[in-house]
Every structure is written in structure tokens, then in C-alpha cells.
Ligand binder design. Structure first.
Ligand code: MHO
Length: 243
């Protein structure tokens, strides 16, 4: 069952009341990077509207190790949020190809936005919200083209606006845009030990919780994380190490 806002509030209040005197602020967790796994990781980049949401949409998937938001697809060098020129807001996904593949990421790409929308996405208007699949040439371009055709067939009379582009430079966005959904939730941030920015950006746990905070994890995982959080609160040791 999904944790409702009311339940969440009650938990926070009782947690604060019960443990006001006993909260310990643990040292930040340093995740031991798995070097062998890191070597086989692949990277994908997609543009599908506001990068806050895009990052959250991919964060919960099994096999996604970490995500980052940034700018790509344009020509301006050193883009920034307030002056991104002709770039699009993008999410960069590092994934373990033994667990998830590019085609499965494409499936998530299509269901996470409306590729028919011209010059925007949802309420967000502008060229920076356009839909793009970046590929490394090779078979990724073929998979992208096939999936776009499939989407076009599915949507019949509307035009799928998604562009397929060779991947160029990905410019990481400013820290305040990274894991934005998670950062909106100080309770969750504290639950994982208030990691410093660089650790937060590299953390697989933060990547998942960013999706959880936006309620974009598959329902089974949302429930699983709800249960873990409840359990932690019950035990009174407010730290979450993995989900
Ligand atoms: N609708 C969003 C867009 C943010 S975005 C990262 C807003 O609240 O401004 O472009």
C-alpha cells in the first residue's frame, strides 16, 4: 500500500517526538564503488522534458546505477540553466548492461513523456524540453529508429517529434538540479545520512530515492521502500543504507 501524505506526516511527527533527544547524525556513508562493475557500465542520454522529472523516471530501474542531469543536443559551449542556448534538458543514465539494456531504457523513455508534444512537455514550454534519443551510432541508432517507428505506429495520426541524434558533449547541470526530487524531501535526505553533494550525485541509493520521492518507482518498489522506512523509524535509528 502506498504511503499516503497523512501517514507520512504522522510518522514524521511521531518520529520527531520519540527521537528528538536520541537522533544521532551519522557520518556520511561512503559507498564502496564496485570497480569491476563500474568498468562494464554503459551510458545513455535522453531528453524528455524537465530534467528534474526525467532523472526521477529512470532512477528506480533495476540495473540503473546512477543518473545525472545536464544539457546536450545543442552547440552552445558551457551552457547553464538560465542560458542553455540551443541545448535540451537531459538525463544521463549509467547502467549495468547485464541487468538492463538500451531497448528497455527506450521503453521507459517512451512511457515517461508525450513525444507528440511540439515545443514543450506537459506544462513546460520551450525548445529545451524537446524529445531526443542520443545514440552512440552502432546498433543503438537502429534500436532507436525501430522503437520510434513502433511509437509512430501506435500513435497513428499524430507525429512523433522525437529526434534521434549522435551523442555529443553532455554538460552536467548545476548541483541544485541534481537529484532535485530527493532534495525537495529533507526527511529522506536525512534518512540517508545527509550526504555531501559529490557523494549524493554518485550515490545509487540517492538515485533510487530520487525516483521514490517523485513517486515514479514501480509500485512494488515504492511499497518496498515505504516498508523499509517504516521499519527504520520503528527501530529509531534513522538511517537507510540500501533499498
Ligand atoms: N516546470 C518546471 C520546469 C523546471 S525545469 C527543470 C518548473 O517548475 O519551473 O526546466
Amino acid at each position: 500500500m502506498k504511503l499516503t501524505a497523512a501517514v507520512f506526516l504522522v510518522i514524521i511527527i511521531s518520529w520527531a517526538a520519540n527521537s528528538a533527544l536520541s537522533i544521532r547524525f551519522p557520518d556520511p556513508i561512503s559507498e564502496n564503488p564496485d570497480v569491476t562493475a563500474d568498468q562494464i557500465l554503459r551510458t545513455a542520454v535522453f531528453a524528455l522534458g524537465s530534467f528534474w522529472r526525467s532523472e526521477a523516471a529512470f532512477g528506480c530501474l533495476d540495473g540503473v546505477v546512477r543518473t545525472a542531469v545536464g544539457y546536450a543536443g545543442g552547440s552552445k559551449s558551457s551552457p547553464e540553466y538560465r542560458s542553455l542556448g540551443d541545448h535540451a534538458e537531459c538525463v544521463q543514465i549509467e547502467y549495468d548492461p547485464r541487468i538492463i539494456n538500451f531497448r528497455q531504457l527506450l521503453d521507459v523513455f517512451w512511457i515517461s513523456h508525450d513525444a507528440r508534444q511540439v515545443f514543450g512537455q506537459g506544462p513546460d514550454v520551450g525548445n529545451q524540453y524537446r524529445s531526443i534519443i542520443f545514440t552512440n551510432g552502432t546498433e543503438e541508432s537502429r534500436f532507436a529508429a525501430i522503437s520510434k517507428e513502433r511509437e509512430q505506429t501506435r500513435l497513428k495520426n499524430s507525429v512523433v517529434t522525437t529526434q534521434i541524434q549522435q551523442r555529443g558533449t553532455f554538460y552536467p547541470a548545476e548541483p541544485e538540479h541534481q537529484k532535485f526530487e530527493l532534495k525537495r524531501n529533507p526527511f529522506l535526505l536525512q534518512l540517508i545520512g545527509n550526504l555531501p553533494e559529490e557523494e549524493l550525485e554518485r550515490s545509487s541509493l540517492a538515485t533510487r530515492l530520487n525516483g521514490y520521492a517523485a513517486e515514479l518507482c514501480p509500485p512494488r518498489l515504492q511499497r518496498q521502500i515505504d516498508a523499509k522506512i517504516k521499519d527504520i523509524l520503528r527501530k529509531g535509528w534513522p538511517i537507510l543504507r540500501e533499498v
